[in-house]
Design a protein. Structure first.
Length: 344
């Protein structure tokens, strides 16, 4: 592969006191990773050096002040601040949240300007990152405001892709949030992503029920019969292969999910609990529906093991490979579909 053709991967470092930098360093301990991409870590070499010392990691990094200085044969660190930063491993602090945001904002700005090809985000703490500039429940909502498109959180492995109709909202708000318009929008986003990002020409999508046993004909709840089922029927009339609603327990218990290219869960834990039970450590969070590719590992900040050299990098590695493959798939799709003849 020509070095100039390698995909440029931007990496935000997440919470400075968590395991984000550790899993980044462990990922690139394997020098073969540099055959697939040119990594640019958004942070500061002083912070990286602190973590290297704590982990007794001797990996070499290349400090730069502009992305144009990135060396495709090295692990590049874009210095976006010069000041000393107090690091307290294993402890969420105002400072660690503040600099997590600095890293994320810089990476996203470079992504918007196409100075990097894809973004991988290390875990943030959703509480200490809150500020006047970040008032979101998570990465997904922040990215939706900054990038073009309508986002859909998809947790994925090679064999399972679960999207969320509702994301980071209280469980008490889920039922009132699920509307025909929202379901239709999320189905459309997943359908488009499965085609352009995964190369599936005729995707088959399952929608999970909101209530236990699909509401038992109104005994447990009416939303499945009055909102979800009619919406799915309307979507089917457009030619899309969308089915449901399915009771979530049986759907995962009897492995019905294996019959579908994508699954839409009605709320966060309905999708993430079975996903992590089936795939934890190898799963990837992909933000579908936006103008640029973003992935992340399927774990959090891991304060309890930060600095102890215990964090596993497998999910971050999967996030890296997934981002690269999704970018290539999307670029190929754009090439194949440009200048299409219009049917009169």
């Amino acid at each position: 592969m020509d070095k100039s053709d390698k995909i440029i991967v931007g990496i935000s470092i997440g919470d400075l006191n968590g395991i984000g930098i550790e899993v980044i360093l462990k990922t690139f301990d394997d020098k073969r990773m540099l055959e697939f991409c040119t990594p640019i870590i958004f942070g500061a070499t002083k912070v990286i050096s602190y973590h290297k010392k704590a982990l007794e990691n001797e990996i070499q990094v290349h400090g730069i002040t502009d992305v144009n200085q990135a060396n495709p044969t090295k692990i590049n660190v874009l210095n976006i601040w010069k000041e000393e930063v107090e690091i307290e491993l294993g402890k969420p602090t105002k400072i660690s949240g503040e600099y997590a945001l600095k890293s994320l904002e810089s990476a996203v700005n470079h992504l918007k300007e196409n100075k990097i090809d894809v973004l991988i985000t290390a875990p943030i703490n959703k509480e200490n990152i809150q500020s006047d500039d970040f008032h979101f429940p998570g990465h997904t909502e922040f990215l939706e405001e900054k990038l073009d498109g309508k986002s859909l959180m998809i947790l994925m492995t090679d064999a399972l892709r679960i999207g969320l109709i509702t994301g980071h909202i209280p469980i008490s708000k889920v039922a009132e949030t699920i509307t025909p318009a929202l379901i239709t929008s999320k189905v459309e986003t997943m359908h488009t992503s499965l085609i352009q990002d995964f190369g599936i020409s005729k995707p088959k999508i399952a929608v999970l029920a909101l209530n236990p046993h699909c509401g038992d004909k109104g005994v447990i709840g009416k939303e499945d019969d009055e909102i979800i089922r009619p919406t799915i029927a309307a979507i089917q009339e457009t030619g899309k292969l969308v089915f449901g609603p399915y009771a979530a327990d049986g759907f995962f218990g009897n492995e019905t999910y294996k019959q579908f290219d994508g699954v839409l869960a009605t709320y966060h834990d309905q999708g993430l609990a079975p996903f992590k039970a089936l795939s934890f450590g190898k799963g990837v969070n992909f933000t579908a529906g936006l103008s640029h590719i973003r992935t992340s590992p399927d774990h959090g900040t891991g304060y309890d093991i930060a600095g102890k050299n215990q964090a596993k990098s497998s999910s971050f590695e999967e996030a890296l490979f997934t981002a690269i493959q999704l970018f290539r798939n999307r670029e190929e799709y754009k090439e194949l579909t440009k200048n299409q003849l219009k049917i009169k």
